[in-house]
Structures are given as C-alpha cells and as structure tokens.
Design a protein around this ligand. Structure first.
Ligand code: IPE
Ligand code: IPE
Ligand code: MG
Length: 246
C-alpha cells in the first residue's frame, strides 16, 4: 500500500519539528565510528526535507545540535561542525531548486566562524524562497532561548518601550528565536528515546508527540508519512470536549 496516498493534504501539520536522534547507535550497530552515523544522518535530512516540501508542509524544524552537545568529545563536535559546513555547501542548490528558505535558531555566535559564515550565506541566498521554511536548531537550547527572551523583554520594560501589563503570549513569541514560526503541530523523535532534550519547550505546548524506534540514518520518506498519518488520526482538542469539536 502506498502510504503517501493515505495522507489527507488538507490536514497537514503546518509545522513539523524533528529530534534527529540515533546516529551514534546506528554506526555502532555496524561496527563503525560515530562520525559514520552522523554522515549518514545527513542523507535522512535531505530526504525528509524533500518529502516535506513535496507534500506541502510549510515549516520543518530540525534539531541538529543542542547546547548540551558542546559537552561531547572535542573530535565529535569538530566532525559535526565540518559536516554542517559541507552539507550547507552541498545542499544550497537543492534549497534553491525547491524554493526552500533556510533559517537557524540557537546561540549561533558560538558556532565556529566557518560554519557561522556558511550558514549566513545560505540564509541570505534563500531568504526570498517561499515554498517551505526549513529551520535548523544549532547550538540550540530551549531554556537558553527563554532566558534570552526574558532578558530582551526586561530591557524593553526598563527603557519604557513596553509596559509589563501588556506582556502576553504574542509578545513572548515575538522575542523567541522562532519569532515568525507557528507553534509546532507534530514533534517527531527517532531512536526510541522518549524525551524532549531541551527542544522548543514553549513552542510544543500543544504539539502531538510521535516517538519511533527507527534510528535517524534509517529514517525514510515512508517513516515520515507514517508519522503524519498517525498525527492525522489524533483528535486535537486543545482543552475542549470531543463533542464541542464536531
Ligand atoms: C543525533 O544522534 C545527532 C546529534 C545529537 C548531533 P546521536 O549522536 O545523539 O546518536 P546516539 O543517540 O548516540 O545514538
Ligand atoms: C538531542 O539528542 C539533540 C539533537 C538531536 C541534536 P541527544 O542525543 O543529544 O539527547 P540526549 O542526550 O539523549 O537527551
Ligand atoms: Mg542521541
């Protein structure tokens, strides 16, 4: 059976976020070093981006490197940063051909200069693309994002730019790294772990969570379709009763 045909295009999630996990275990299973898993993980990134664009998903956000990942062995961090640079160089054409805009969220100034520069080049070159927004979470931590938001709003309050009484969800949204993105509808995590690992804590308030045992380098378009089909079976009540919705 063709899974893609079972997707209801009028009920697509507007924003899919993915915690791409399991590269290391995938490599270990074949007796290879972790870097091999990361390399193969980039293939899954490409197919997932393509699949989302083909379906008409408007926003895809990928967790590529967390603030906590800086604590990994230096060599692994270096490998990941090198892979980022080469992937950006390689994929710019795919992004342009598919009319995809690239954004990045996180504490980007902590990235190595080369990665930072390459990233901004691709962001700049794709800024007028409109089919889909692909956001990479790099050196991203949700708590850090929230701390940053609180600081920015506090400074505005101190300088009388905004008064504390008017602070609401939309003002907070406007100060998060994800400022122009809608809330996450569907959060996918691969590799069997069932945790959030400091990803988009505010933005997933009402997201549907989907966990799969598939390791990220094995993740295919079909796996994405399965996740979307499962999402479409869920009843999103947002606190209301089932009867109110129908
Ligand atoms: C995800 O795979 C990639 C990053 C976190 C950068 P892991 O490297 O976490 O793989 P496992 O979880 O050790 O298998
Ligand atoms: C989360 O995966 C971060 C990314 C996928 C980039 P980790 O593998 O770092 O998370 P934990 O340590 O298992 O929570
Ligand atoms: Mg992991």
């Amino acid at each position: 059976m063709n899974l893609k045909e079972n997707i209801q295009l009028e009920k697509l999630p507007k924003h899919i976020a993915i915690i791409m996990d399991g590269n290391g275990r995938w490599a270990k299973k074949q007796g290879m070093i972790r870097a091999f898993g990361h390399e193969n993980g980039t293939k899954s990134v490409r197919t997932t981006v393509e699949a989302c664009a083909e379906l008409g998903v408007e926003n895809l956000t990928l967790y590529a490197f967390s603030t906590e990942n800086w604590n990994r062995p230096k060599l692994e961090v270096q490998t990941l940063m090198k892979l980022l640079v080469s992937a950006l160089r390689k994929e710019i054409k795919t992004l342009q051909d598919n009319n995809i805009k690239l954004l990045a969220i996180g504490n980007l100034t902590t990235l190595p200069q080369k990665a930072y520069k390459e990233l901004h080049e691709v962001i700049n070159k794709t800024k007028n693309n409109s089919r889909m927004t692909l956001t990479l979470a790099l050196s991203y931590g949700s708590r850090e994002e929230i701390i940053n938001t609180v600081k920015e709003i506090s400074i505005k309050v101190k300088n009388n730019i905004i008064s504390p009484e008017i602070i609401d969800e939309s003002i907070i949204n406007e100060h998060l790294y994800t400022q122009n993105l809608p809330d996450v509808d569907l959060l996918i995590r691969t590799s069997g772990e069932q945790r959030i690992s400091n990803f988009l804590l505010w933005q997933i308030a009402y997201a549907e969570l989907y966990f799969t045992n598939v390791l990220w380098p094995d993740f295919t378009k079909e796996h994405l379709y399965e996740a979307i089909i499962e999402y479409q079976k869920r009843e999103r009540r947002f606190g209301k009763t089932s009867e109110q919705l129908s």
